[in-house]
Design a protein around this ligand. Sequence first.
Ligand code: NAP
Length: 278
Amino acid sequence: MMIVMNIESIREKGNAMTAIPSVLITGASTGIGASYAERFARRGHDLVLVARDTARMEALAARLRQENGVAIDIVQADLTQPAELATVETRLRDDARIGILVNNAGTAIGGSFIEQSTDDVARLVALNTTALLRLASAIAPRLAAAGEGAIVNIGSVVGLAPEFGMTVYGATKAFVLFLSQGLSLELAPKGVYVQAVLPATTRTEIWGHVGADVNTLSNVMEVGDLVDAALVGFDRRELVTIPPLPDAGQWDALQAARQAMLPNYGNQHPAERYRTVA
Ligand code: NAP
C-alpha cells in the first residue's frame, strides 16, 4: 500500500511538472522576452506569454505554434497595475505545469534624476522590481515544494555601474541582482535554479523609450545572440550570466572581494578611523 501511494505521488508530481515544463515569460511581446519565447518554443516548451500588447503576442504565438507545435497561452497584463499583476501571480501559484519563470518585463526612462518625474520613477520601480519580486514570490514556494524548476531574472550591467548615469534604472537592476543571488542561496538547496542575466546594450525597443536611437550606439548586441548566450548560462546552471563580459574571472574577482569583507562587518566598536576627531 505504502509503495503504491509513493508511486502515485510520483506520478502526480510527474504530471504536475512534466519533463518539459511550461515557461511563463513576462515582457514577451517584443525584444528579449520575445526572443526567449522563440528559443523555449524551439526546445519544445509550452509557453505563457505576458505583456500589454495582445496583438503582438498573438502574432508571435501563431508563428511559434505553427513552427514548433507547442501550446501557447496569452495573458494581457500591465504589471504596474496591482489587479492585473495579481492575475499573473495567481496563474503562477496555481498552474503546476509552469516550471520556469522568465522575469523579463522591464523598461527604462530617459533624463537625469532631477528631470524624471516622481510618478515616472515610481512606475519604473513598480515594473522593474515590485512586479518581478511578486512574481518570484508567487511561484517560488510551489517550485520549492516540487523540488525543481527555475526562475530567470533579467537584470542589467547598469546595476553594477552607477557611472553609466541611469541611476534609478540601475538601482532597480542592482535589486534584481541581489534578489537573485539571495534567492539562489535559499532555493538552490531545495532544487530550484535561480539565474540573473545581465545584458549590456542590446538591440531592442527599450532604447526608444529613453529617447535614444540604438543605431547610433556602438557595441550593440543582437537580441538573439544575447538570449542564446543567456541560455548557455542557463543550461550550465550559472548563477550570474553576463553575456558581453569576455573575462569571467573579473566577475569572480568582484565576488571574491565582496566576500572577503564579510567577516569584517561584525565588530562591536567603530573602526579606528571613526574614533579620531577631524
Ligand atoms: P523592450 O524591447 O522595450 O521590451 C520590453 C517588454 O516588456 C515588452 O514586451 C513590453 O511589452 C513589456 N512591458 C513593458 N512595460 C510593461 C508593463 N507595464 N506591463 C507588462 N509588460 C510590460 O525591452 P528589452 O530590451 O527587451 O527589455 C527586456 C529586459 O531586458 C528589461 O528588463 C530590460 O531592463 C532588460 N535589459 C535590456 C537591455 C537592452 O539594451 N535592451 C540591457 C540590459 C537589460 P508591452 O509594451 O506589450 O507591455
